[in-house]
Design a protein around this ligand. Structure first.
Ligand SMILES: Nc1ncnc2c1ncn2[C@@H]1O[C@H](COP(=O)(O)OP(=O)(O)O)[C@@H](O)[C@H]1O
Ligand SMILES: [Mg+2]
Length: 406
C-alpha cells in the first residue's frame, strides 16, 4: 500500500502555542510509520513555516533556532490540490542563484493548533483554499467554536443549555464602565466569570465577586481581546468533559472525565503543569477522574448532547465539549467546545480501548471523506452572463444602456 504524505501542522501565533507543541510532539510519536510519511510543519511565533526532523524533538523548542536545528523554511503552495511545501535552496557553484525546491507534497494534513490563528478557522480556510484534506472542523464551525460570544449565541439558538452572559467591547467599556457594571449587577448578579472572547487554556479568565473585582477582571481580559464575555458564575460546579469523534452523522462519544480543580477556575496550571510524577504531558497530565463518578443518566445525557452539538456545528475529527454541572440545582450547562482539544483528547479514547494510532487513523479517514465529498460537489455553474456584460472601461464607449451593463 502506498504511504500517504501526512503534514502535521502545529504551533502558530497563539497564546497556546506551547500547548500545541506538546500536543503535536506527543501525537507524532503515535503516527503509524507503515501508513504515513510524516512531514512536521511548525509555524513559529513570527509566522514563518518550518519543516525538518528536529521538529519531532521537544528540546528543539526550548531555545528555538531553526539554523541549529537544521530546519528548512517553507511555504505552502496554495494552488488547489498542489500540497507542495516550497523552499529556496542555495544555487550550485559560488554565484549560483537560489533555486526553488519542493520539499514534500502533502496529501492530507493533521492540524494541531490551539487558539487563534489555527483552531479558529483561519488555517482551515487556507487549507480549503488549497483544496487539501485536513482533520479539524471546517471554517464556520471552527470560528464559532473559538469565539465564546458567538458560541454562546449559537448554542442559545439551538436551544442548548448555557449560562446567561453579556458581551462587552473594549470601546464601549472605556466609554462608560459604570454602565457595564450596572448592567452586570442588574442582569447577571455576582459571581460572574470574565473571559476574553477568543482564547483558551483559561488564559485571561477570572472570577469576580464584586464591582472592584469585575473592573480588574475586565482590565485583564481586555489585554487579550477587544471583545469579552461576562458570564453568570456557578459556585464550585463539577466540571465534566466529553469527546466526540466522527464526521457527518457517523459519530461516537467518549467516556466522560472529571478534571480535578485546584481553584475556582480550572487554571492553565491545573491543565498543564500539575502532571509531575506522571509520564504524561499537556492536557493528558491533568488530574482527573475517568470515567467521572456521575449517575448513568447524566452520563447518557452528556454523551447525547455532545453528539448533537458536534452535529449542529458540523464538526469533523475529534473535539472535546466541556460542561459544568451545578449540584445545587442539578442543572447541566455547556462551558465550551474545543474543536482541537489539548492532546487531541486521546486519553479519553484510550479509556474506551481506542489506541492513539487508531484515533489518528480515524481522524484522517474523516478528513479524506470530507474532502472527497466536497470535491464531488459541483463548483462550476455554466452560464453566459459574462459574455453579456459590458463594463464602462476605456474602449467600451457606447456601452451605456446596453444589455447587461453594470
Ligand atoms: N460560569 C462559570 N462558573 C463557574 N466556573 C466557571 C465559569 N466559567 C468558567 N469557569 C471556570 O473557568 C475555566 C475556564 O473557562 P472556559 O470557559 O472553559 O475557558 P477556556 O477556553 O480558557 O478553557 C472552566 O474550566 C471553569 O473552571
Ligand atoms: Mg475550558
Amino acid at each position: 500500500m502506498e504511504k500517504l504524505t501526512l503534514g502535521v501542522i502545529f504551533g502558530s501565533r497563539s497564546c497556546e502555542r506551547e500547548v500545541a507543541i506538546i500536543s503535536a510532539v506527543q501525537l507524532m510519536n503515535h503516527v503509524d510509520p507503515e501508513k504515513y510519511d510524516l512531514v512536521p510543519v511548525y509555524i513559529a511565533p513570527d509566522g514563518r513555516w518550518y519543516t525538518g526532523k528536529a521538529l519531532r524533538d521537544i528540546r528543539t523548542y526550548t531555545a528555538f533556532d531553526p539554523r541549529k536545528a537544521q530546519l528548512e523554511e517553507v511555504t505552502l503552495d496554495l494552488s488547489a490540490g498542489s500540497g507542495a511545501l516550497l523552499t529556496m535552496r542555495p544555487g550550485k557553484g559560488l554565484f549560483g542563484k537560489p533555486e526553488q525546491a519542493i520539499v514534500a507534497r502533502l496529501k492530507v494534513c493533521l492540524v494541531v493548533m490551539h487558539g487563534l490563528n489555527g483552531e479558529d478557522g483561519t488555517l482551515q480556510g487556507l487549507l480549503e483554499l488549497a483544496n487539501l484534506p485536513y482533520t479539524s472542523t471546517g471554517v464556520a464551525g471552527s470560528a464559532i467554536g473559538m469565539d465564546k460570544i458567538m458560541m454562546k449565541r449559537f448554542f442559545q439558538g439551538c436551544g442548548f443549555p448555557v449560562l446567561p452572559g453579556l458581551a462587552v467591547k473594549a470601546s464601549a467599556y472605556a466609554a462608560d464602565p459604570a454602565a457595564v457594571h450596572a448592567q452586570v449587577e442588574r442582569e447577571l448578579g455576582y459571581p460572574v466569570f470574565v473571559k476574553p472572547a477568543n482564547l483558551g487554556s483559561s488564559i485571561g479568565v477570572s472570577r469576580a465577586d464584586d464591582e472592584a473585582a469585575l473592573a480588574d477582571a475586565l482590565e485583564l481580559a481586555f489585554e487579550y481581546d477587544r471583545r469579552v464575555l461576562i458570564e453568570k458564575g456557578l459556585d464550585k460546579p463539577i466540571e465534566l468533559n466529553c469527546s466526540v469523534l466522527g464526521f457527518d452523522g457517523e459519530m461516537e462519544a467518549s467516556p466522560i472525565e472529571m478534571p480535578v480543580t485546584h481553584d475556582e477556575v480550572l487554571t492553565f496550571g491545573d491543565k498543564y503543569l500539575h502532571g509531575g510524577g506522571t509520564k504524561q504531558s499537556g492536557m493528558a497530565s491533568l488530574s482527573r477522574v475517568l470515567p467521572a463518578p456521575i449517575p448513568d443518566a447524566l452520563r447518557d445525557e452528556i454523551q447525547a448532547l455532545s453528539m448533537r452539538i458536534f452535529d449542529e456545528l458540523d464538526c469533523k475529527g475529534v473535539v472535546r465539549i466541556d460542561y459544568m454541572w451545578d449540584r445545587a440545582t442539578d442543572q447541566l450547562y455547556i462551558t465550551e467546545i474545543n474543536t482541537i482539544p489539548g492532546s487531541l483528547a486521546f486519553y479519553l479514547w484510550q479509556a474506551k480501548g481506542v489506541k492513539y494510532s487508531a484515533l489518528i487513523d480515524r481522524m484522517l479517514d474523516c478528513a479524506l471523506k470530507a474532502h472527497a465529498e466536497k470535491n464531488e460537489r459541483t463548483y462550476v455553474y455554466t452560464s453566459d452572463i459574462l459574455s453579456g456584460v459590458q463594463l464602462g472601461s476605456k474602449g467600451a464607449k457606447g456601452a451605456k444602456g446596453a444589455k447587461g451593463t453594470l
